[in-house]
Structure formats: C-alpha cells, structure tokens
Design a protein. Structure first.
Length: 408
C-alpha cells in the first residue's frame, strides 16, 4: 500500500485542483491510500465534498489555523511570527516557511504525521513544509503551480515576490513532477528555473450533460470572480462598455462581496446610471459553476495585462463558460487566445479597452447566428476536449510514470 498526501492551504470546497487530484489517484488504483489535508479556521464546520463520496481510500484531515472570530490571541501570535520571519528573510536571505503565510504554522508536523511516500503540494505556502517532510521521509514530491506565484499582482509586495522566487528556485528542481495550469506557465517555469517542463493541466469542469434554458430576452452578459469588485479582472471595462450598448444588454455579476460589501461598486454603477442593467447573484458553489453560468449568453474574461500571472494563466471560468455553452469574449492575452483559437468559442478584445469590448459585444448582439455558432463551438470543445476526464487522464498517466521511475 502506497500512501499519498495531497495538501492545500485552502479549504477543500474552495480549492479547484487538489480534490480532483486526490480523487483521480484514489480511483485509478486501489493500492494507493490518499491522505487529503486541507486548511480551515478553528471553529468552522467541515463542509462535505461530493468528489470524496464513496471513496473509502481517501482519509480527509484538516489543518486548523486561527481567525479573528475564533482565536484572536493565537492569530496575533501567528501574524507576529509571519512578520518576524519576513524581516529575517529581508536581512539574511534565509527561508523560513512561516514567512510565506501565517496560516501554515503546524502544517509540517501534520504532513510528517501522515507518514506518506508521496507528497503533492498545492499553493506556494505548502511547498516548503512538503519539501522538508519529503526530504525527511525520502518521499517523492510533486508540486502543482496553479498560478505564476512570483508575480501575482494585487497585494503582492517585493518581499513576497523575492521570497517566492527563492523558494521555487530551491525546491522545484527537487520535485519529481511539477504541474502547471497552462502551457504558458509551464514554459515560464522552465525559463526561470531550468527544470524539466511541467505538465500543463487546465482547470476544466466535469462533463455536464444537461443545461438550463437561456434567458429569453435581450443579451445576458456574465462575469464571475471569487470577489466581485474592481481590480485586475476588468470589471470596470465591463461597466463602461455596458454604458455604450442597447438597454436590453444586461450584465450579471456573481461572487462574494468585497470588504466594503460592494459599496464602491454600487456607487460606480449609480454614477453610470446602470442600476437596472446590472444584476448581482449570490456566490456560487464550485460544483454548480457550469449550471450557474449556463442561462446567460456571453461569458466575459476581462483580465488586464501587466501582471505575469494574468498573462500566463487561464482562469477556470473560461472553461466553465465553454461547458455552459456560452459565447465568450476574452482579453487578447496569450493563454486566453490559445484556448479560444482551439475551441472557436468566441472573440478576443484589446485588454483594458472598454471601447473594443463594447464593439465585440455589439457584434454578438447584432448577429445572433454568430452568437449561436460560438456557443455551439464552445460547448462541443468542452464535451470533447475541455473536460476533467481528459485532463485527469493526463495526470494519472504522469503520476504512474513518476511512481514507476522512482518506486519500481
């Protein structure tokens, strides 16, 4: 029996990749016991995960960390440790795991207690703890680079960028396998660190056989994000474009509200006199993403340039839009262009240009035959290529090859 630890610094229900990797390993060979460790604040109730149902060889454990509402004193101590470790890094250049994140204190101990032969780390803050434990146990290490972690844009300062580069430079060459969320990230990691080319695995949904009916009137635009607010995801461009379009073009927004509960966004909408043309939807569950998108006509991926992560990654919403049968309008950035060129599922616009975005939306508004053609192409691509079954077959093949090479 080979024990595999799949770990993430997110909660399982909000983590798009770690649960599917754990499930794929559990399903393809019953000789593998999977220890799945996700992260959740103290006092928060564990939510069920459909993917783990009827999986007897997955052991689900939780790494707990303090939050403001459950353990303020412990949270303060963790943040102080995090700050001191960053100061220590700036002065000495030495790496300590707590410098990456305040929430991973104790994770290394839990990974070691899992006593696994293979560790699969997700998110940059789990990479150092997993590396140290794998070295102690002479275990294999796999890392999933879902983002280009050393240039994430919003909220990432120079210290964190340098810290991430140092960690990746030290650890990635020791990984038996590196995964990436796009071809472009895979190539960038090779260029940056001289490692063997990572395996690109896109954040695609499972096949969905039946979809709800479309909105019957006007043109329903759909923009989704973890947080509905301004920033690098292009929502401002969508509002400005909407202002130039006919009255029956409506923008639907879905995701969590930001810390101001949407005050700045609603004020901007009011300034543009768009109150009746912007519809807010409650946050979606990841397993419902395709069904939530499907009633709309056009899916928007509006990432701005200037941040390498946005210029290299493909948001999972792009693939959800495909499975949902939406025509797509996306920023003309290399990874988004690559996917839309393959799928034939939509149009590209000049990133950051609300004028060009309005023109592309207007084209679909005035040509419903073209709209339907893009929607059908998107759906066909999703069912044949852009789905989880296809991507997980690539993952299990690579995983099996790694195991055969190092553990004959």
């Amino acid at each position: 029996m080979i024990r595999v630890c799949v770990c993430t610094s997110n909660e399982a229900s909000g983590e798009p990749r770690a649960p599917r990797h754990a499930t794929a390993i559990a399903e393809f060979d019953r000789d593998y016991k999977v220890v799945f460790i996700d992260s959740i604040p103290f006092g928060v109730e564990q939510r069920s995960l459909k993917e783990f149902e009827d999986q007897p060889n997955i052991i689900w454990q939780r790494h707990r960390y303090p939050s403001r509402s459950t353990s303020l004193i412990r949270l303060t101590l963790h943040r102080l440790l995090h700050h001191l470790c960053r100061v220590y890094f700036r002065i000495t250049g030495r790496l300590l795991a707590a410098a990456v994140s305040a929430r991973i204190a104790g994770l290394e101990r839990e990974l070691l207690a899992a006593e696994c032969d293979i560790y699969i780390a997700h998110n940059i803050d789990t990479l150092m703890p997993a590396w140290k434990v794998a070295a102690k146990r002479q275990a294999l290490l796999i890392f999933d680079s879902m983002e280009f972690h050393s240039d994430m844009g919003d909220g990432q300062d120079a210290t964190e960028r340098n810290l991430v580069r140092r960690i990746e430079s030290a650890v990635l060459p020791h990984c038996s396998l590196v995964l990436a969320s796009s071809d472009e990230i895979a190539d960038a990691l090779v260029e940056a660190y001289g490692i063997p080319r990572p395996l690109p695995l896109y954040n695609v949904p499972p096949r969905v056989a039946k979809l709800p009916a479309k909105v019957r009137t006007g043109l329903a635009l759909y923009w989704r994000n973890a947080v509905v607010g301004f920033g690098q995801r292009g929502l401002e461009e969508a509002l400005l474009a909407l202002k130039e379009l006919p009255e029956d073009v409506v923008l639907h927004l879905q995701g969590r509200m930001p810390s101001d509960r949407g005050k700045a966004l609603r004020e901007r909408i009011a300034d543009l006199h768009l109150e009746k043309r912007v519809v807010f939807h409650n946050p979606y569950r990841p397993e419902d993403a395709v069904q939530e998108a499907a009633p709309h006509h056009v899916g928007l991926c509006l990432e701005r340039p200037g941040i390498r992560n946005h210029e290299l990654t493909v948001s999972n919403k792009l693939f959800d839009y495909h499975m949902a049968g939406l025509a797509i309008i996306a920023s003309d950035l290399p990874p988004l262009r690559s996917v839309l060129t393959r799928s034939g599922g939509g149009l590209l616009f000049a990133p950051g240009s609300s004028i060009d975005l309005a023109a592309k939306i207007g084209l679909l508004y005035g040509n419903r035959q073209l709209l339907r053609r893009y929607a059908c192409s998107a759906r066909e691509f999703a069912l044949s290529i852009g789905n989880r079954k296809v991507e997980m077959a690539k993952f299990t093949t690579a995983f099996r090859d790694v195991c055969a090479q190092y553990m004959p």
